[in-house]
Write a protein that binds this ligand. Structure first.
Ligand SMILES: [Mn+2]
Length: 310
């Protein structure tokens, strides 16, 4: 119950990798932001504790990456204090999130935003789009999140990709296996072709197809329910099937390897539960691995050899 301890004693909020991150703090490359927002959760609840749980779990990570054979932490990781979200005014909270992401981009840092529910990705994408007009959003999720409104609000987690679509941002959806008739109708009207789990199972070249439809810098939003609930049970709506660890890391490896590649990341909808601590650890490792791919690419660009492929 490390996450509960974190919430109860959070006079000092946990930091990603805690003291081990001090090595890169002089010139950080990555900024970890916490947006513990959860006012519109439809079932299960608890995502407001997600950021603290991921940060707590990160302290158990091995700083030497077993795939990349490097200490990614040397690239520099700084953890910001949690955003002071009001909780009762979603519009205000979204503005805070957008400003926080914009601030990191202006400082040249790669933002890693921890939710909270998926609503937090809307303002993050808006901030990214201001910096990168040709932004492409890749969404890992069990759900399309294309509802116009849900539970009476257009800012529900179930509507986040509808809001992204309204920003005029190109996007691709991966891991999909739960949606409404209306959402599917919208997909067909627009000719969108989500990477449903059925499609991923049937088309071994799905990653190459996805790569082919990306032309700009990529913002990756990971709703943890996009992963197989066997490795990620701690979420409000754990849908059977879903991306394996190898599939999601292959996806991120590809998104990093292409040019210009990844420019921002969020990980949302982790709802810590007693007995499911491995879920927070998996999320922390996925974030650290993503940082690792980026750091390896940047080191390779300096030294003239490519990132290690496994
Ligand atoms: Mn979802």
């Amino acid at each position: 119950m490390v996450y509960l301890k974190a919430m109860q004693t959070s006079m000092v909020y946990p930091r990603f990798l805690e003291d081990e991150a001090d090595v890169g703090v002089v010139c950080p490359r990555f900024a970890v932001l916490s947006a513990p927002m959860a006012p519109t959760v439809s079932w299960g609840g608890g995502t407001e504790a997600g950021p603290a749980a991921i940060l707590e779990a990160s302290t158990a990570l091995e700083v030497f990456d077993d795939e990349l054979l490097q200490e990614t932490v040397q690239a520099g990781i700084v953890t910001r204090p949690p955003l002071p979200l009001a909780g009762h005014d979603l519009t205000d909270d979204c503005r805070l999130i957008k400003e926080a992401v914009s601030r990191e981009l202006a400082a040249g840092l790669f933002p890693v935003l921890l939710g909270g529910e998926h609503t937090v990705s809307g303002p993050a994408v808006a901030a990214m789009q201001e910096q990168y007009p040709d932004l492409h959003v890749v969404q890992v999720d069990a759900h399309l999140d294309l509802r116009d409104a849900y539970s009476g609000t257009p800012l529900s987690h179930a509507c986040v990709m509808r809001r992204v679509a309204e920003l005029g941002v190109n996007f691709s959806q991966v891991g999909i296996r739960s949606f409404s008739a209306e959402e599917w109708q919208l997909v067909q009207q627009h000719g969108w072709q989500p990477y449903t789990m059925a499609r991923i199972h049937q088309q071994p070249d799905w990653l190459e197809q996805l790569q082919g439809e990306i032309n700009g810098p990529v913002y990756l939003t990971i709703d943890v329910d996009g992963l197989d609930p066997a490795i990620m049970p701690a979420t409000g709506t754990p849908e059977p099937d879903g991306l394996s660890w190898r599939q999601v890391t292959a996806l991120i490896r590809m998104l990093t390897a292409i040019k210009p590649g990844l420019v921002g990341l969020d990980v949302v909808e982790l709802a810590p539960r007693p007995g499911q601590e491995h879920a927070a650890f998996t999320a922390a490792k996925l974030i650290y691995r993503t940082m690792g791919y980026i750091a390896a690419k940047e080191v390779a660009a300096t030294h003239g050899h490519g990132p290690k492929q496994v």
